[in-house]
Design a protein around this ligand. Sequence first.
Ligand code: M6R
Length: 612
Amino acid sequence: MCGIIGYVGARPCKELVLTGLEHLEYRGYDSAGLVLADAAGLERARAVGPVAALREAAAGLQGTATVGMGHTRWATHGGVEERNAHPFLSEDGRFAVLMNGIFENYVELRAEVAEHGHELSSDTDTEALVHLLEEAYDGDLAQTVRRLYPRLEGHFAFLAICLDEPDRIVGARLAWPPLVVGRGEGETFLASFTPAFLEETRSIQVVDEGEVVIATAAGVEFRAVDDWSVREHPVEQADESLEVAAKGGYETFMLKEIHEQPTAVADTIAERFHHGELHLDGIGLTDDELREINRVLVVGCGTALHAGLAGRYLIEEWAGVATEADVASEWRYRNGVFDPRTLVLAISQSGETADTLAAMQIAKERGARVVAITNIMGSAIARAADGVLYTRAGLEIGVAATKTFTSQVTLMTLLALHLGAVRGTLSPDEVASIGEELSALPELIQRELDDEAMDRQLDLLADRFAHDRFFLYLGRHLGLPICQEGALKLKEISYIPTDAYAAGEMKHGPIALLGEDTPVVAVATDSHVFEKMASNLEEVRARGAHVIAVATEGNTQIERHAEHVIRIPATRPELQPILAVVPLQILAYKIAGRLGLDVDRPRNLAKTVTVE
Ligand code: M6R
C-alpha cells in the first residue's frame, strides 16, 4: 500500500526522502513522488514505476530544501499515471498534500472543490484535500487541518505543507493507516512505517488516530482533534533493524525468508514450550474463560487465512471446539451469529489488513473475545485485540508470505494444544509429546532446505512445467490448506493460473480441467486420508495428467500413484503441513525464476493491504 515519509530539519532532504522511499519499496507501489519546500517555493517530482524513476525525475530539483515529503502510491482511485501520483499541489503553489488511505466521500469532496472553481488535475481522492486546505487556510495550518478533519470520511494518514509556515509539516490520522514520528537531533521524520527512517533514528513516537501532529526541526506536538488538548506519547526505541532488510547473500528476499523458516518457527515456539510445559502468555483470556469458549471463528486474508484453515483442524482435533475459518472480507458483511462464548482469532502478518481489522472490530462490537495473531508489535490489529500472540518471524519483505505462514501455523498449533490442555481434552503427557515433536520441526525444515536431492528435483520440475498454462492442487484434511497456500504462492509470483481443491470435490467439477499434460500437485502425506488421496490420484492419472506428490519419507505406496514424488521428513500427521509447504514455496519460486519474474515485487500486489 502507499508509503509516506516527511522530513523537517537542518539537512538538505532530497536524498533523505528518496532513500526513505526506497526503504518503503518492499511494500509494493506503482508510482512515486516527492515535494521539497524552501523559500523559493515548492518543487515537485513524480514518476510512474520504481523509486529509481523518481530519482531521475527529481535530478533537476535544487536539492537545498530542508523540508520535504515523499510518497509511494498503490493505485486505488485513479489509474497508474503520473498525474495521479502524490504529492498534490494547490493551484497557488503554496500547499502540498500526500496521503495513505482513502477518503470514502471523495465524490462529494471532489464535486465541491470543482464547484468552487478548482481545476482537478488527477482522478484521486487525495487531491480534493489540497484544494480544501487552500480555501480554508486562516494562517494556521494545524488549525485548518483540524477544522477540515471531520469532513474527511474513511481511513487515512496524510501530511501537509504550507509555504506560509515553511518550518513544519502537519499530519493527521484516522482509523488504521499508521503514522510514526522519528525523533532526531534537531530534525524530525514522519513516516507510514519506521523502515523509512530507521537509518537516521530509532527513537519513535506513534501518532494516534484522531490526532493532528505538528512536526518541526525542534520537535513534535500531538493534539487531539476534538478538544485540541496536547497529547503525550512516550519515545520508544524501534526494534526492527534495517540489517534484516538486506538480502544477506540471497538473490531475493523471498529466498532469504524461505531459508529463515527454521529460525522463525523456533523463535515462535521458544519459551512457549519448554521442558515439556506449555505457556501461552498474552492470550488475554483466563483459563476459566478459555474453558467457557464454545466456538472459535478464525478470520484472515490470503496466506493468513490458510494458516487459520490449518489451525481449524487442530483446534477441533485437540480441543474439541467447533471451529470455522472465513475470509475476513466476506465475513465482515455476513450477519455472523455468535455470543460472548465465541473466540475470534484474527490472523494477519502485517497487523494492518483492512478487512481483517474491520472483521475483528465487528466481532468485538457483537461481544466476542478477540485474539490477534500477528508478526508486527503495536500494529493496528494487535492494538484492537483483547489478547495478542506474536509470531516471531522477523520482518518479512517479500510480498509472497513464506516464513510468516509457517510461523502462523506453528502458533495455531501451540494455541490448539493450549486449548486442549486447559479444557482437559489433552492429557499433560499428550501435550508434552506433541510439544516435543513440534520443537523438532525447525531441524526438520532445515533438513528440507539442505536436501540437495530435493532441490535438484524441484529444479527439474520447474524446468519441465514452468511453461504450463495451469496447475491444479489437490489435498484433503490438513493437506488442503497447504495446497491452497502452494497454489497462491505459484499464482502470485509466476502469474500462472492455479486452483486448489479438496480432492474429494474433484469429481464435482475441476476434473473437467484435466488434460493430457496438466500438472497436478498433490499433498499426500501420511494420515488417515492417505488412501482416499491415493484413489483421487488414480482418477487424475487416468486422465493423462502429471501427478507431483508431496509425500512422507518412508511411504512405499505413493510411487504407484504419482509420476514425481517429493519426499519430506516424517513427523506426526498434525504437524506435516509445516513441512509440506516448504517444497511448494520453493517450486513456486523456481518456476517464477524460470519465467524471469521479480518474485519480491509481483505485479499489482502490495505487501500490506490497508484498503478494503
Ligand atoms: O498482512 P496480512 O497477513 O493480513 O496479509 C494478508 C494477505 O494480504 C497476504 O497473506 C497475501 O495473501 C500474501 N501476498 C500472500 O503471499
